[in-house]
Design a protein around this ligand. Sequence first.
Ligand code: F3S
Length: 482
Amino acid sequence: MRGGLLEILVLGKPISWLDGVDVRTGEIVQRDHPQRGTSIAGRAIKIPHSIGSTVGAYTFFKLVRNKAAPRKIILEKPDSITMAAVLAGIPVEMEHEGPVEELKVEGVPENFVRYLEKEASFSSARGFVRINSVHLSGISYATIGEEGLDFLKKVSKDARFRVLATTNPAGMDLKRWRKMGIPEDFAEKQLRIVRLLLKMGAVPTFTCTPYLAGNLPTFGEHICWGESSAVSFVNSVIGARTNREGSIKGIVAATVGYTPLYGKHLDEERIPNLKVDMAGLKGFTEFSLAGYIIGREYPSAVPFVEGVHPSYEELKAFGAAAAASGGIELFHIEGFTPEAHIFSVSGNEKLKVEGSDIIEAREELSSYNGDPDLIAVGCPHLSMKELMYLAELSNGKRTKIKFWAFTSRSVLAQCQGTVKMLEKAGIEVYADTCMVVSPLEKIGFRRVVTNSAKAAKYLRDLRGLDVMILPLEEIVKRFFIS
Ligand code: F3S
């Protein structure tokens, strides 16, 4: 305190709540943050907005439990991930708040309605809009921890979902977790989380590609999704409308059935403001690294990408990484995504991403050379086409290193023949989980190879593992024998 006023720590860059703050101490640990090493514990802080994972919403409960929480948060831009701090007891203010509009919904918990009204006021929303689906993030015990489990126990007494609510990956394959080597105590907590979510009415998809598992919105439909990679895909490739919603907001919105009308629900927020030339780039890993670069350099942009003709798989890789290194919720690809011809680019901001940038980003994210103890692919979850491609690449060969491939239970059920081919090559295919939200370090893995920039970033920053990024073709070339 100075002169009777609370001194405000102004953070110069957005923060990734999931992996950018040490929840034990409140110290900023985000690698590229100018205030890395500064503690937010007990201080009033002002931030532009959050970036990265939507699961960061649970970080506030951990900070409060560890007495490392900020005293107050002032937001420059509305952000439902940071707003979850309110439910953990941390006051959140907005630099410029609008009037509070009343939301009239009966038979739902009162505090959920108040929460949405506060978000509407923060965002100067144009009222509320009915939503047709929710995708819930924050399902894994490895990311939400004891505090998340406690929160779910509390809210599941009253909350019942009114709209389709699919679920993101859990911390383990829910059937074959013993084969993965998941510790019993972890599995017990994870199964409790799953039971609580199902009790509220969640649909057990356990995937970050819900659009391949039955939750497929139409163009222009208003939805409320968490999981930043799915948000970016559904906004950009399908043209549905959602903000990047925090895990806790997902539970609130699924229960109430409405969300405030602002941000990516509105035309003006969907206008591209950064031209990106990606001519010459191709393949899952190059798209993934290009997304990582764009998110890192322009964390809140709406990119308009030129010079590429991507597959759906490349698009999900691109969007996932751009939403992991930044807060990108929407992108347009010239001649491909449905709104690319509707909006023209505003401003003169330009970026070119070329081969040398890809090599530099790959080196930045890779921390070792030599043999890994785990190869992990499927971030985002593998599609049928990707499973088949992996089977084709590995046909007649066998992996020298433990190899885990992650997909959804719905894709897995439809690809049993392909899975048999993969098993012949020594590849274990798991559903319901992924390399980032399962406790790899507890199982004993230290050095991982992956083809995904999003996975590499979180394996390094969240799980504390050594990582190397290689394209799938290179992985098979280096680590398989004929
Ligand atoms: Fe999906 Fe896990 Fe990657 S949730 S996007 S596979 S980090």
